[in-house]
Design a protein around this ligand. Structure first.
Ligand code: NAD
Length: 286
């Protein structure tokens, strides 16, 4: 019997050198008894432009890669270079995982499935009918889509970039005519939050290099949950304030782990142990 070649995967993007994803995938591969090599493919290091992502796909396939993760700034650019794309990723117009299967490049989005899986695990039974989303960038867009699948019927979207929030709200409202989706402004949070089931924060505020909280935490109350998707640090100033206000909370590690859990399953075809990947992730960031 011929033995399978080691699994080979990579992460394409700029500044991906410090990413925890290769370590997470390879440790889970080892624990599963798989030979699994996962490399960063940093565009800056390789001297390639984001527009060359199609060439990288072609060469990765020729060189025997099983799959790739795709991150900033290539998640949208890669869509035009796929043979097939799953429905969720197509709807979002963004792909963060490509699997080479039977000679075809197939795109998926495990940011959105990862948020949904992490939410279901970390805040089981949390009400999702009415949610406020702060941050309408790439990650916020993936989260918004996940929230609609989690049953959100009223979504309010706030972003410093009002046009961005409005565009996302319009696009979601078109796709979900039964839901109420609207862009709102920071000064409306005092009206929105008393009636919201929960809030998801998806701006860079709270990261080590952007400390602070994006809005006035005096508006938080014990009747709502708070999910932060920032995961460096895991315990952000927002989550600390939310706990102090009596809110149930979800840290950004859940989304980060489950995007990797879902990508590992797609790339290898092997079901990973999510609890083990989560424990490993928390070791790496602590
Ligand atoms: P992005 O640059 O695409 O979007 C950020 C958005 O936040 C922009 O629309 C910007 O206008 C808005 N913004 C910035 N500061 C704000 C503020 N103070 N108040 C309101 N809006 C503000 O970035 P992204 O890719 O969406 O990532 C956002 C953050 O999400 C990242 O910094 C990262 O910490 C986190 N993230 C986490 C995961 C995870 O798996 N947990 C995955 C992706 C991103």
């Amino acid at each position: 019997m011929t033995q399978r070649q080691p699994y080979l995967a990579g992460l394409i993007g700029t500044g991906v050198g410090p990413s925890l994803t290769p370590a997470l995938h390879m440790a889970e591969g080892r624990a599963q008894g798989l030979e699994y090599v996962y490399r960063t493919l940093d565009l800056n290091v390789l001297g390639l432009s984001p527009e060359q992502v199609g060439e990288i796909l072609t060469w990765s396939r020729r060189l025997g890669y099983d799959g790739l993760n795709i991150t900033h700034p290539c998640k949208q650019l890669v869509v035009d270079h796929l043979d097939d794309i799953d429905d969720t990723a197509r709807t979002l117009g963004a792909v963060n995982t490509v699997v080479f299967r039977e000679g075809r490049a197939v795109g998926y989005n495990t940011d959105t499935t990862g948020f949904a899986h992490g939410f279901a695990e970390g805040l089981p039974d949390a009400a999702t009918a009415s949610v406020t989303l702060v941050g309408a960038g790439g990650a916020g867009t993936a989260v918004a889509d996940a929230l609609m699948r989690l049953g959100t019927a009223h979504l309010s979207i706030v972003d410093l970039d009002v046009d961005r929030a409005s565009a996302l709200a319009r696009e979601l409202a078109d796709r979900h005519p039964d839901a109420r989706v609207e862009a709102s402004s920071f000064d409306k949070l005092s009206v929105l939050l008393p009636n919201t089931d929960g809030l998801v924060h998806a701006t860079p505020t709270g990261m080590a290099e952007h400390p602070g909280v994006a809005f006035d935490t005096a508006l938080l109350h014990s009747g709502m949950w708070v999910a932060d998707i920032v995961y460096r640090p895991l315990d952000t100033a927002l989550l600390q304030a939310a706990r102090a206000a009596g809110c149930r909370t979800l840290d950004g590690g859940h989304m980060a782990v489950y995007q990797a859990v879902d990508a590992f399953a797609l790339i290898t075809g092997v079901a990973p142990d999510a609890a083990r990947m989560s424990a490993h992730f928390r070791d790496l960031v602590s």
